[in-house]
Design a protein. Structure first.
Length: 365
């Protein structure tokens, strides 16, 4: 009995250790900056084994629910971030206008079908026949897509200014449909394509037919694990944004701060059954464009009551043309937003926001 118990204990320890290693690997992967994440995806997809699996349709793409390409995808702005001098900005922008003209002449629907969604897995020659584009032009469009995936923060820079030393990554826009629902429009082609569908059963079946070399079979497990890591990160971010849209749909539809609901990251963690620290890591430096064009931190989707009250205090102060007092703000909160808090709380919020009384505010102007 003692030997069996020792073996059982050893097995449990091994399983626990493997789980801890997997959790640590996932945490490290979640911490990747978006530019490193995109490079990781490109390395995986450039692997000849990945391409072989894709040709055999053992791996394919599946778009994420209620998502697509941002309507502003081709409207590149020149407000390029200067915080990253390591990037050769001139080479990023060189020749871009000509390629964009080609894409616009092709039409956005064909661009999505043959270059982004890649659902029918066509060869370059087949794409050329269906689009009428020379293969050299097709390669240029593919190069631009890869470049935007890796350098999205330069083509679609965040304009959020923060007192902290934080650089935001603008990942998507929330877009209103004709049916008055909302969809997620991603700026990054990797997210537009969605997640990988992996046919494990067929892979096992094909392995028996000597389709893969011994070396490829040995590398297969790592490749599939990498694909799963990519899927976890993409789908988790997507679920977070989707949850934010569902929770704050009234606010998104009205642009009225009164409709912003208190729903914290801890609430989100319980709703999605995802560790709160992973959620914090994923959304901490990401931003999203609202339906009315304003860019906001993704964290703003998940405010607590104090955050909402501070937003309202700031709104009242900024809208006031005359002298204001804590008492006046307190009364306005109660009358206009049905929020009943003390004058002292108003004073605390005002000072945390760095907004002083009306006299000092006017003196600074």
């Amino acid at each position: 009995m003692g030997i069996l118990q020792n073996e059982l204990n050893q097995t449990l320890k091994t399983q626990l250790r493997n789980k801890l290693i997997a959790a640590m690997k996932l945490t490290n992967f979640i911490d990747f900056p978006e530019i490193e994440f995109s490079k990781f995806i490109k390395n995986v997809e450039n692997d000849p084994l990945f391409r072989k699996l894709k040709i055999k349709r053992l791996i394919s793409y599946q778009r994420l629910v209620k998502s697509g390409l941002s309507s502003n995808f081709l409207q590149f702005k020149e407000e390029i971030s200067v915080n990253n001098s390591k990037v050769d900005l001139e080479s990023l922008l060189e020749g871009k206008e000509k390629i964009i003209r080609i894409i616009r002449e092709l039409g956005i629907n064909k661009f999505k079908k043959y270059f982004l969604y890649d659902e029918i897995n066509l060869s370059l020659q087949e794409i050329s026949r269906k689009t009428g584009l020379a293969i050299s032009r097709i390669n240029k469009i593919n190069d631009l897509i890869n470049e935007i995936s890796i350098h999205s923060e330069f083509h679609h820079p965040s304009l959020i200014s923060s007192g902290e030393k934080k650089h935001y990554f603008k990942i998507a826009s929330v877009e209103k449909t004709e049916e008055n629902s909302f969809v997620i429009g991603y700026f990054v082609p990797d997210y537009v394509r969605g997640k990988y569908l992996i046919n494990y059963e067929k892979i096992k079946e094909v392995q028996k037919n000597n389709f893969f070399s011994r070396e490829e079979i040995e590398r297969m497990d790592k490749l599939l694990k990498d694909l799963n890591l990519i899927n976890i990160r993409k789908t988790t971010i997507h679920r977070i944004i989707q949850s934010g849209i569902e929770i704050q749909s009234d606010y998104l539809g009205s642009e009225d701060i009164k409709n912003l609901i208190s729903f914290t990251q801890r609430d989100l963690s319980r709703k999605l059954n995802i560790n709160s620290s992973l959620i914090c890591r994923l959304i901490g430096n990401k931003s999203i464009v609202m339906p009315w064009g304003e860019e906001k931190s993704l964290k703003d989707f998940f405010p607590n009551k104090k955050k909402i009250r501070k937003i309202l205090v700031k709104k009242i102060i900024n809208n006031e043309k005359e002298h204001y007092t804590d008492e006046k703000i307190k009364n306005k909160l109660k009358k206009e937003f049905a929020i009943n808090i003390s004058r002292r709380s108003v004073n605390v919020y005002r000072r945390e926001l760095g907004l002083y009384n009306g006299y000092k505010k006017n003196k600074r102007k």
